[in-house]
Design a protein around this ligand. Structure first.
Ligand code: DHB
Length: 496
């Protein structure tokens, strides 16, 4: 209710032109340009806070930081609760003054499940903590002397009093881009190096992080950005971290059956064999169309993708895990998991045995575009007062017959939401060139090939890609948050 009033209120300011040029100039203040003034970062608008952050070695650090809270990052917010960000700037670490003027900026989105995310009521950094048992990567970044920006974003479930969904696709990515533009357009006012923005997110947030990285400055978002009064200028980011990205949604059902089709549900029953097989078959054509190549494998197809995953990601993951165990613990693990051969300090196994080891698949078939429209992704592609829609021909036609056609706006919405779209063909030149991709080997929220295809495509494009799969880890795992912080320092050139 509150937000609807705001939309109307801000609609009046819609006529105020572009923000970029007038930013912060006395002239803009004199003309009372509310929308441009509202996008000027106020360096003095902070609260000084002190927190203790324990690093990944278990060492506690006292960090004094400036906390800028709930800054609305667009001039015409639809819902400022979500279209706001927090900024944390370290000024003293363990009693020593630090200057974060040129530090990299970690842009940590808080999106999960493509739901709305808000940092507006946070009382300090890391208002939303990382997955259970992990140390918030935002806090580690702060303790490393980096600037941390935590943006909120609209999400799929938001609905106004007239029943209109206002956070469905592409709202979340548009908001994150607007947040980036806000930061970049405030160069010189906002602390940190705006040319070294590193995005991070998990799951749906990982998908959006990868999309942000791949789609820098893409014109397909322009009209949406204009509509919410985003700052003018670039939304390209320097580097991208993505944990278990749930992207490539229109091919996720196919990919899922290729990966997990033989695995039973937790109930013990197999999914519908016909549906599983049809989707699995369709994945072959899609994979071939990606024209991915990998060293030692040539073109990736459904004939070698399993072996590629095993050799490139899964065996190295198991090897790393087992090598870190004590001899006794390793022996115990291997005795309980005889499908693994441990020889010469390396783990080897077969794909089929790995699938058995993972066990129950999390989702039924189809896993994303559900026939009854009940998935989060169906809601993500809702529009207007329609809560949920089909976004694949397969599911649509299963329900509505073989001549049914997707709503005409769906293909465009899919492109707006799909990281792979921006990497196809010549690929977007303004994408991030540094990538950190992570995934648990027991994560069946989507196919394991979603993250690996993304990594393979980026490698084929010549980007710097750091991929690692966490052995036996489930959805949302982050087992090397400290390494990510070190990586940021290296790729940004800030450290060593
Ligand atoms: C998330 C998990 C899912 O299984 C999915 O389909 C979309 C998002 C998540 O955890 O963000």
């Amino acid at each position: 209710m509150k937000r609807r009033t705001m939309v109307k209120g801000f609609a009046a300011a819609a006529a105020v032109p572009a923000v970029g040029v007038a930013l912060g100039s006395p002239a803009s203040a004199a003309t009372g340009s509310a929308s441009s003034d509202s996008l000027v970062f106020d360096p003095a608008g902070y609260t000084e806070l002190t927190t203790t952050i324990t690093d990944t070695d278990g060492v506690a650090h006292e960090v004094v930081y400036h906390f800028y809270k709930a800054i609305t990052y667009v001039a015409k917010p639809v819902d400022a609760t979500y279209q706001s960000l927090n900024v944390s700037v370290p000024v003293k670490i363990d009693g020593t003054a630090v200057d974060a003027t040129h530090a990299p900026i970690l842009l940590a989105n808080q999106v999960g499940g493509y739901m709305p995310s808000s940092t507006a009521s946070a009382t300090g950094i890391g208002g939303a903590m990382g997955p259970a048992g992990t140390i918030s990567r935002q806090q580690l970044a702060l303790a490393a002397g980096y600037v941390v920006v935590e943006p909120g974003a609209r999400g799929r479930t938001l609905v106004d009093s007239s029943g209109t969904y206002y956070g469905t696709a592409p709202a979340a990515i548009v908001d994150l881009k607007a947040a980036v533009r806000y930061v970049k357009s405030n160069k010189g006012r906002i602390p940190g190096n705006v040319h070294r923005i590193v995005s991070a997110g998990v799951s749906a947030g990982g998908a959006l992080s990868s999309l942000l990285g791949a789609s820098g400055d893409s014109p397909i978002y322009d009209s949406y950005l204009k509509e919410i009064g985003a700052a003018e200028g670039s939304d390209a980011i320097f580097a991208t971290g993505a944990w278990c990205p749930i992207t490539d949604l229109e091919h996720a059902d196919m990919a899922y059956e290729w990966n997990w089709g033989a695995n039973a549900l937790s109930s013990g029953s197999l999914v519908d064999r016909t549906i599983s097989k049809e989707l699995r078959t369709a994945y072959g054509d899609y994979l071939a169309s990606l024209k991915l190549h990998a060293k030692g494998f040539g073109k990736l197809t459904v004939r070698n993708l399993d072996e590629y995953l095993v050799k490139t990601h899964l065996e190295p993951s198991a090897t790393k895990y087992l090598a870190a165990l004590s001899d006794a613990d390793r022996a115990t693990y291997l005795a309980a998991n005889t499908f693994i051969t441990w020889s010469g300090g390396r783990a080897t196994f077969a794909w089929a045995d790995f699938l058995t080891h993972v066990g129950a698949r999390k989702k039924d078939a189809p896993s994303f575009d559900l026939f009854d429209l009940s998935s989060g992704e169906n809601n993500l592609f809702g529009t207007g007062t329609t809560k949920a829609r089909h976004f694949t021909l397969y599911s649509l036609r299963h329900e509505s017959g073989s001549s049914a056609r997707l709503d005409s706006d769906i293909p465009g919405k899919l492109d707006l939401m799909n990281t792979m779209h921006h990497l196809a063909g010549d690929a977007n030149q303004n994408r991030s060139k540094h990538w950190w991709i992570r995934l648990g080997t027991k994560d069946s929220d989507t196919s394991l090939s979603v993250a690996s295809n993304l990594g393979a495509r980026l490698e084929n494009l010549g980007d710097d890609v750091n991929t690692s799969y966490y052995w036996d880890a489930g959805h949302g795992a982050d087992e090397d948050p400290g390494d990510f912080i070190t990586w940021i320092g290296k790729v940004s050139g800030y450290r060593k």
